[in-house]
Design a protein around this ligand. Structure first.
Ligand SMILES: C[S@@+](CC[C@H](N)C(=O)[O-])C[C@H]1O[C@@H](n2cnc3c(N)ncnc32)[C@H](O)[C@@H]1O
Length: 267
């Protein structure tokens, strides 16, 4: 795929490439880029902050970026010194083609988050951002993440401050679980693996979700901002809250009480 064809793909994050030697590197400074793929979301100004927040913790450790899309965050963690694997239910063309084009080798797992128990691998840290809001069984997903995580999870949850129409706290604090699409007309772009709805959870629900699935001490670690890009034209910016929680070693999973598999298998 040549550059023109690449730029015609649907880019989720804005990605900047710089020529290095015979190949390319993904960089986060637009001004130093040789090529820029304009995506739906631009985290460039925040990316250094993310690296700074987690570098001391993840350096040298194994890490999974669950629901990686085009690999933007996986690449951030690589820069932060982690040994990164990424996972997605969809092998998004943009990620695949970019890696081929840039000659970047990545450890990509083409897997549904619900099937993580079949992987037979564990990771020190797990990053999962902007994924559970699309899932019909968020608790099952967090439970699966718990099973393959040995130290800490970073769970990113969209606060939907991007809403140009309503105050998001109205949704998240007062109602908890809301189908934003129906009410608010924020259209998620239909993509394979993504449901076309977005559920927003209140802070208390996120914390309880983590505790229920075997994590402890969940707390808000930091928030990142993204600017809306070419598809989300009406969206000026959004904020993603990143929760951090440790593994609870005393947690014993009780399959009778907690196994939620029936939710996705039942007719
Ligand atoms: C909104 S994007 C978030 C991408 C990235 N984590 C970020 O924060 O920028 C949601 C991603 O989750 C993936 N996804 C949705 N359902 C999934 C599932 N059941 N298992 C694994 N990945 C899933 C989608 O394919 C998509 O790449």
């Amino acid at each position: 795929m040549n550059l023109q064809e690449l730029s015609n793909l649907n880019w989720y994050h804005t990605l900047c490439l710089k020529k290095v030697g015979g190949g390319f590197e993904i960089i986060f400074d637009r001004n130093k880029a040789d090529y820029i793929f304009e995506g739906d979301w631009c985290f460039n100004t925040e990316s250094r902050k993310i690296i700074a927040q987690i570098t001391d913790v993840v350096k040298g450790c194994s890490m999974l970026d669950a629901g990686t899309y085009d690999g933007f965050f996986a690449h951030l963690f690589h820069l932060a010194g982690a040994k990164v694997s990424s996972l997605d239910v969809s092998n998004h063309a943009s990620r695949r083609e970019l890696m081929n084009f840039a000659g970047i080798k990545d450890d990509f797992l083409h897997l549904n988050i619900y099937n993580l128990d079949t992987l037979g691998r564990k990771f020190d840290f797990v990053w999962c951002q902007d994924v559970i809001c699309h899932l019909d069984s968020p608790l099952l997903a967090v439970k699966r993440l718990r099973e393959i995580c040995t130290k800490k999870i970073f769970l990113g949850v969209d606060r939907f401050t991007c809403s140009p129409i309503r105050d998001v706290h109205f949704f998240t604090e007062d109602f908890g679980l809301v189908d934003i699409n129906k009410d608010n007309n924020i259209n998620m772009v239909a993509r394979p693996g993504n449901s076309d709805y977005v559920f927003a959870y209140p802070k208390s629900a996120i914390k309880q979700m983590l505790i229920h699935c075997g994590f402890k001490n969940p707390k808000l670690k930091f928030s990142v901002r993204a600017e809306g890009g070419k598809i989300y034209k009406t969206v000026k910016k959004r904020v993603v809250d990143i929760y951090e929680a440790d593994i609870d070693p005393s947690y014993i999973f009780d399959p009778i009480k907690h196994d939620l598999s029936y939710i996705i298998t039942a007719k």
